[in-house]
Each structure stands twice: as C-alpha cells, then as structure tokens.
Write a protein that binds this ligand. Structure first.
Ligand code: ASP
Ligand code: MG
Length: 464
C-alpha cells in the first residue's frame, strides 16, 4: 500500500495562485498513490495574529482582539471570494468561515473574562489553532469543486497529545489507534482528507497545539502512524539549501541528504526543516521530500534514511542565534542549566533543546541554542530575562552569540579536516568548538558580528 502525505505551508496557500497549483498537484498525484492525505498550515501570518489576539484578550484589550478577528474574517472571506467555486460550495464555505470566526471571537471574549488560570490556558491553544481549521475548509472546498471527494478534518480528536500549553507532544500509540479507527476507514472509501496541521488534543478532547511550525510535525506524526511511503513538504523555495541564500550568495539546493545530517541542520538553523519532525522520522522507512509548489518541475531535496555518504562531502553550513553564559570559574553546571531552562520556558514556551558546553578548571562557557521557531525577538528577550535572573549570581555574564555549523558525513569532516575549517575562520575569534555526537557536524561558537564573514568563508569548502 503506497501512501503519500503532502503538507502545504502557509506561504504557499496565502495566494489563489498557490491554491491552483495545489489542485493541479493533487489531481496528478491521486492517480499515482493508493492513499493520499493532505496537511495544511494557517495562511502566512495568521498564527502570529491569533497569538496576538490571545495575548490581547488575556489583558482584556477588547478593541485589539476584535480588530484582529475582523481582519481575519475579511482576509479569509476575500480569499474564498477569489476562488473558482460554484454558488452552493461558496456559500457553505462562507458560512464555515463565519462560524469559525464567531467562535474565535467568543473564545477571545471568554479569555478576557477568564478568572482562572486553567481556563485561560485551555482557551489559548484553541484560539491559536483556528488558522489551520480555516485553511483546511478552504482547500477541501476547492478540491470538491474539482470533483474530488474531499473533507476538511480537525485533528483535535485524531492527534492525541500531552497537555503542555502551545508546545504539546504526541502520544504516538493513542494517535495510531485513533487513526486506525477514524482516518483509515475514510481513506479506504476513497475520501481525500485535508487535515489541520499544528493542532492536537488531549485524551479528554481539550485542544492543544504542537509548537510553532508544527504542521510539518503533524505530517510526520500522520506519516509514521499510517506507515506512509513518502512525506512531501511543499514550500515556496527550491529545497534545502547549502547555506542561507540571504547570507551566502552562491548557496545552492542540496538534492540528497541523510536524515542525520538534515536533523543537525534543522537544530542548527536551517529554516525549511522542522527539528522534531526529523527526530520522529529517524529509523522509519519513509522518504521526505522538500519541493517548491511554484516550480514543481524542480527536483527539490530528498531526505533519505541511509547513513551520510562520504562522496557527498561537506553538505552545508548553517548559523543560529544562541545565548552564551560565561564565568571565570569552573564548578557545577546543574544550577545554571536548570535556571536557563525555566527562563526559556517562561519566555518562549519551549525548553532548552541543544547546548554546547566547554569547561576548564578556570573558565566555563555554556551556550544555549535559541530555536528559530521562537522568532526574531526571542534572543533579546531571553538575554534580558536572563540578565535579570542572574543579578544575584554576578560571576555569570550573559551575551547573544552565533553558532555556525559545518555539516557532512563523518569522514568528510575529518578528511576535509578540522584544519581546513579552522583555517577558514582565521582571525575570527572562536569561543567554543563542538564535534556533534551524531558525527556529522562541527559547530563553532562565535561573536554575532562575525557571522556573515564566517558563513561566506566556510561555504567555500562546501562540495559543489
Ligand atoms: N501555523 C503554525 C505556525 O505558524 C504552524 C505551521 O505553520 O507549521 O507556527
Ligand atoms: Mg513551516
């Protein structure tokens, strides 16, 4: 049984043109697979607006959240208006959009009146997941118009998670069971489901969400539970690049990448790959492709499950923002790590996932990766939050830094030589070096001001 899960990102669906491409691709692929499932994100920017609305509601700022809800209504209705739908389908879709937005407004009103913290937490996730529910209905209506038996499905009852606010983790066993009972029978009947990305629910039906960028994670959860053959992530770029093209002009698309390398890249700054999605797919026999919805003739990137190959050489160089804590003394790291972990959780809603540590009897440096999904401002917010917390512990200094990482097969790294890498960084102060235990990456912690230069110089050593 060949099963394909295709996920469409918010940047691809925001314009009618992207939706037209989606229909063409679904009509084509439907003939080639036994089972097809679609996962959709919210339209670009919508989740940010919903998060703003939820925050405004928490502060009782009625005018603010009402304005956001009315903008969202306008935006989705005018997208629906621009689509080629027959009259009945169009008015059903308009009613669906209206109902979801009335519910959204009602949830914001209750949140602004919620006296109890627990009620507020429950409403928060329900509010920020509305974007995906809107897109799923729009896409399903459009597919029905092309004579496909498509339905929009909210995944609150399907993807079972824990109860962590805005950052829930799936219970794979419970999810698999729900899928077998609810989703697979639909697929057998030839129905094409358009599933909401990002959204889950607890066993008792309370809505949860999977963290920013979580629609890719949804695609992986569904793919793993349905024993999918492939998962395709449709985006607006040609694939995974050898460096960020904004920083390095001659960055190129990587056509093949092992999942181990892809996971390193995702944790160390590559935008189109979702770290948790890749962790979940490791050891599964599922291929992942990243493809451009606006240039489907391009091969994109294939992420495979074999070990990285020496012949592929050094694949990529990435950079990511991090927070470094330094002290001129050695000693235990346990307290400082616990403190940073809780500041991360309070400030950006996720726990510390990756750290780089170097220690000597007289100096210690610990560097905490700030996940891309936390947004641009996160690093500064975290820096000041940590400065406040560290006032009593004056031996620790905190500052934003960059981690640059060169990724490639283990032998490629040792053959191309750490010497070559170090040579490329001549005159750039290196604060710490870390050879990944996954044996396919070497990371250097550097000052933020040296980022661009380091990336340009390192990229010269990436294989063509
Ligand atoms: N809409 C959610 C977000 O913006 C999930 C996603 O786009 O993957 O984070
Ligand atoms: Mg995304």
């Amino acid at each position: 049984m060949r099963t394909l899960v295709m996920k469409f990102g918010g940047s691809t669906l925001a314009r009618a043109e992207g939706l037209t491409q989606l229909v063409g691709i679904v009509l084509y692929e439907r003939e080639r697979w036994d089972r097809l499932m679609l996962v959709v994100s919210a339209l670009e920017g919508v989740t940010d607006q919903l998060i703003d609305a939820a925050h405004l509601a928490q502060f009782g700022q009625q005018r603010g959240y009402r304005r956001i809800v009315s903008n969202l209504r306008q935006r989705h209705l005018s997208l629906a208006e621009s689509l080629p739908l027959d009259q009945t389908e169009r008015s059903i879709l308009q009613t669906n959009i209206d109902t979801l937005l009335s519910d959204l407004l009602a949830m914001c009103e209750s949140l602004s009146n919620a006296a109890q913290k627990q009620a507020a937490t429950d409403l928060f996730d329900a509010i920020i997941g509305v974007g995906e529910r809107l897109t799923a209905r729009i896409v399903a209506a459009l597919l029905r118009h092309s004579d496909l038996r498509s339905v929009a499905l909210d995944t609150t009852d399907l993807i079972i998670t824990d109860n962590v606010r805005a950052n829930a983790r799936p219970d794979m066993e419970a999810t698999r069971e729900r899928m077998e009972n609810q989703l697979l029978p639909m697929l057998e009947r030839g129905i094409l489901p358009v599933l909401t990305g990002f959204i889950g629910g607890t066993t008792t039906g309370k809505p949860t969400t999977l963290g920013r960028g979580g629609s890719d994670y949804t695609a992986a959860i569904l793919g793993v539970c349905a024993n999918a053959t492939e998962i395709w992530i449709w985006t607006h770029v040609n694939g995974v690049m050898s460096a960020d093209p904004h920083e390095v002009k001659d960055a190129r698309v990587i056509h093949q990448l092992s999942i181990i390398e892809a996971t390193e890249m995702a944790f160390f700054g590559t935008r189109v790959l979702h770290p948790r999605m890749l962790l979940l797919m490791r050891g599964q026999n599922i291929s992942l492709r990243v493809r451009n919805l606006f240039a489907p003739q391009q091969p994109g990137t294939l992420v495979h499950n074999s070990t990285p190959e020496l012949k592929d050489g050094l694949q990529a160089v990435t950079s990511i923002g991090a927070i470094a804590l330094k002290t001129n003394s050695g000693g235990s790291l346990a307290n400082i790590t616990t403190l940073v972990d809780s500041v991360f959780f309070d400030t950006i809603g996720t726990q510390v996932e990756v750290t780089i540590t170097t220690q000597s009897p007289s100096h210690t440096l610990v560097c905490f990766v700030v996940p891309i999904a936390a947004g641009h401002e996160a690093i500064h917010t975290l820096n000041s939050a940590l400065e406040d917390h560290l006032q009593g512990l004056s031996e620790w200094q905190v500052e934003p830094v960059t981690i640059v990482t060169v990724i490639g097969a283990q032998d490629a790294i040792s053959l191309a030589g750490c010497v070559q890498i170090m040579d490329a960084l001549a005159n750039i102060p290196i604060l710490a070096i870390d050879y990944s235990p996954a044996r396919c990456g070497i990371s250097m912690v550097i000052n933020v001001r040296d980022t661009e230069l380091a990336l340009k110089r390192l990229h010269k050593h990436i294989s063509k």
